[in-house]
Structures are given as structure tokens and as C-alpha cells.
Design a protein around this ligand. Structure first.
Ligand code: GDP
Ligand code: MN
Length: 378
């Protein structure tokens, strides 16, 4: 999931002919003043913190300014802001329009129907989650046929538009659809889509690009998101690695077993911190890499829970033993292992040689690792 900042989303919308306020993104108060001087941004204007979190309007991250000086200090304020944990590094500065009505339109993927869905509401400018169901119109769109006249007409009816604004709407919906398909988006949202006289303008843009399609759009893959430095390293090595707040490390294979392991730890009062999914890895080198990465996260204890299917228990054990030997002494941690399945006996024997016992029962193993993490004996 590559979530784009508003201004990047708007750059995409612009390419698909969606009307936008005039403006530019700035990274300093000086740049903002310069944008006013060169008339890139007309006054009065709006300054919007470019963070990925929503609710900026309510949260004071969207502000108005009427003079260049006022804009300068507003931009300075926004750049000093930390909004819902995100540092503000960029501010979008745009002309301030007088809004007559705020609508909601979006296209996203309805996974249960396996179809894109076109969503519209007359109640825009607020989070769609807070709009009652009866005020939200949904139409499913077949990817082969795309948007049809009836889709556009129904949205116009939902929004209460006809004449010139309805024609403007049709163009916007087409642009949104083309952007959704061509950019491999999971979501293209305009909230609010503002009515300004006879025209419609996209005041906000939320675009999420499908992760698995970023190879087709390398420009989006290069945008840093909220990965931790270790998660970034893991991604480069092709290891599924997620950092949470707890102190217990989990190494498992397969999403199902990983989730079940987290549940067991929770049940015994443990707090899973890092989890790492070896997937179908059957390469001792990969296991070693994964283990060293885990050591870098400094867990209080680690639970290795492996089911040997495609992955064989002995290769995992081999990688683990090699890894333990190379973990620096200040990065050592208590380890509880549970390996079951293919070549289980060989794996257990290898671990035993390295002084690690495998606890076959999941609950018992879970309890042992929670105790180890809280300083108890293994
Ligand atoms: P969000 O709260 O993070 O979704 O940020 P938005 O970009 O949706 O902006 C929040 C609100 O600011 C909008 O719903 C508008 O009411 C208001 N707003 C944004 N741009 C303008 C503008 O050009 N003119 C006016 N009057 N209001 C604006
Ligand atoms: Mn919005």
C-alpha cells in the first residue's frame, strides 16, 4: 500500500484532467512567499500540511492566509507541527476558493465483490466513515466495460447536479476512473469535491497505489513511507518483517502460523514486538539473515515457531545455529523453539547440539517465551 501525499495525488489528477485549485507545494516560508510573489498562488490562500493522516481540517493542519506575510508565518507554524505523529515537511499552498457545496466521490476496490466500486455522497468534506449508509451511493463497475453513462447520471442524481456542473462531474468521474486503472490504484478519492459556481474542483486528493503494482510505477516505489529503518533493511532483503510495540520477537513461517503465534503470546500476557515471516524459505543463509535482523531489534526473548512443510525443520535449525554463533554477545536473547513437521527429528537434534530445546506443545512454548521475556527462567 503506497499512500500518496495530497499534492502527489493532485499531480496525478491533473494528468487526468481533473480540475484543481491553483497552487504549489513548498518546503519553507520563503518558498511560500515567493509563490505568492510570482502569482503561482493567488491570495487569499489555503496552506495545507502534507501528512498522510486524515482529519487535517478538524485538526488545524489546514489554514487560511490573506497576505504574503500571514502565509509566511502560517507555513512556518505548519512546518513546526507534528500531526498525529508525522512531521510536516511539505505544505501545499493553494488559492482559496469559495465553496458552495462539498461532495464525496471515490473509486476503490470492493474485495468481496471483486469489482471496483464507485462511491458518491452529497455529504462531503467529512470522513466517509461518519456518513450514514443511506447517504452513500455505491455502484460497481466492471473493469472490462469501465464507466458508463448510467454510472455518471446516477452520481449526478446523488449529488443533485444537472446542467453544466453535471457535465463537469462526468469529466471528473472519467478522469478518476482512468487514473484508478492506469495507475493501479487501490483508492482514488476526492473529498471534498467542491462546487464553486458552475464548476467542480477537487480540493483534496487521496490516492493509494497497489503495492504489487509498484514495479510498473517505480516513481511511487521510491516514495519513502512509514517503514522503520529495520523494516526497510528487511524489505531490501526480501524478508517479511514487522515491528510492533512489544518486546517478544516472533519468527514463524506462513501468515497463518504467525498470527496464531501472536495470539498465543497475547493469551499468556506477552507483548509481541517484532515478527518475521520466513515464508517458504528453505535456505540456511536466509534464516541466518533473518535472525541477525531480529537480533538488531533487541527483543527480550524470541519465539521460533516453525512448521516444516516446504520449509524443512533441519534447514531452519541449521540456519538458526549458524545465526546464533554470529549474533554479537551484546545482542543475545533467550530463545524458545518449537519446530514441527518435515525432518523434525533432524532439526531437533541440530538444535539440541546447540543447547536449544524444542517445546512441541504450542501453549507450553508460548508460556515459556512470555516467562523468558519477563525475566523468568526458560
Ligand atoms: P482533510 O481534513 O485532511 O481531509 O483535508 P481537506 O483537504 O479535505 O481539507 C479540509 C477542509 O478544509 C475541507 O473540507 C474544506 O472545508 C476546507 N478547505 C480546503 N480548501 C479550501 C478552500 O480552498 N476554500 C475553503 N473555503 N475551504 C477549504
Ligand atoms: Mn479531505
Amino acid at each position: 500500500m503506497v499512500k500518496l501525499a495530497e499534492w502527489r495525488g493532485k499531480e496525478i489528477y491533473r494528468r487526468y484532467g481533473i480540475p484543481l485549485p491553483r497552487g504549489t507545494v513548498v518546503r519553507s516560508p520563503d518558498e511560500a512567499a515567493e509563490a505568492v510573489r510570482t502569482k503561482t498562488v493567488p491570495l487569499p490562500c489555503v496552506a495545507k500540511a502534507q501528512v498522510l493522516a486524515g482529519g487535517r481540517g478538524k485538526g488545524g493542519a489546514v489554514r487560511f492566509a490573506t497576505t504574503a506575510d500571514e502565509l509566511r508565518s502560517t507555513v512556518a507554524d505548519l512546518l513546526a507541527l507534528e500531526f498525529k505523529g508525522e512531521k510536516v515537511r511539505e505544505v501545499l499552498v493553494e488559492e482559496r476558493l469559495s465553496i458552495e457545496q462539498e461532495f464525496y466521490v471515490a473509486i476503490t476496490l470492493d474485495r468481496s465483490r471483486r469489482l471496483p466500486v464507485l462511491i458518491a455522497s452529497r455529504q462531503g468534506g467529512v470522513e466517509i466513515e461518519s456518513v450514514e449508509e443511506s447517504a452513500i451511493d455505491r455502484q460497481w463497475v466492471h473493469p472490462f466495460t469501465g464507466l458508463s453513462g448510467y454510472h455518471r447520471r446516477q452520481v449526478a442524481r446523488t449529488l443533485g447536479l444537472d446542467g453544466a456542473p453535471a457535465r463537469a462531474l462526468a469529466g471528473i468521474l472519467d478522469g478518476l476512473w482512468r487514473a484508478f486503472v492506469a495507475e493501479d490504484a487501490e483508492l482514488v478519492e476526492i473529498n471534498p469535491l467542491a462546487r464553486v459556481g458552475e464548476s467542480l474542483v477537487a480540493l483534496d486528493a487521496k490516492v493509494i497505489i497497489e503495492d504489487d503494482a509498484t514495479f510498473r510505477h517505480p516513481q511511487y516505489a521510491a516514495i519513502p513511507d512509514d517503514r522503520t529503518p529495520l523494516e526497510e533493511v528487511a524489505r531490501e532483503k526480501g524478508i517479511a518483517f514487522v515491528q510492533l510495540d512489544g518486546n517478544i520477537g516472533v519468527i514463524a513461517n506462513g501468515a497463518g502460523l504467525t498470527m496464531a503465534t501472536l495470539d498465543v503470546l497475547k493469551e499468556y500476557g506477552g507483548a509481541p514486538g517484532v515478527f518475521l515471516d520466513l515464508g517458504g524459505t528453505d535456505d540456511p543463509k536466509k534464516v541466518t539473515e533473518a535472525f541477525l535482523l531480529m537480533a538488531e531489534a533487541r527483543p527480550a526473548a524470541v519465539f521460533l515457531n516453525i512448521f516444516g512443510g516446504v520449509t524443512r525443520c533441519d534447514t531452519v535449525a541449521e540456519g538458526l545455529v549458524a545465526a546464533l554463533a554470529s549474533v554479537p554477545s551484546d545482542r543475545r536473547f533467550p530463545l524458545v523453539a518449537r519446530i514441527r513437521g518435515n525432518n523434525e527429528a533432524e532439526g531437533i537434534a541440530l538444535l539440541r547440539q546447540a543447547g536449544i530445546a524444542s517445546i512441541p506443545d504450542l501453549r507450553e512454548a508460548g508460556r515459556a517465551v512470555v516467562a523468558a521475556a519477563s525475566g523468568g527462567r526458560r
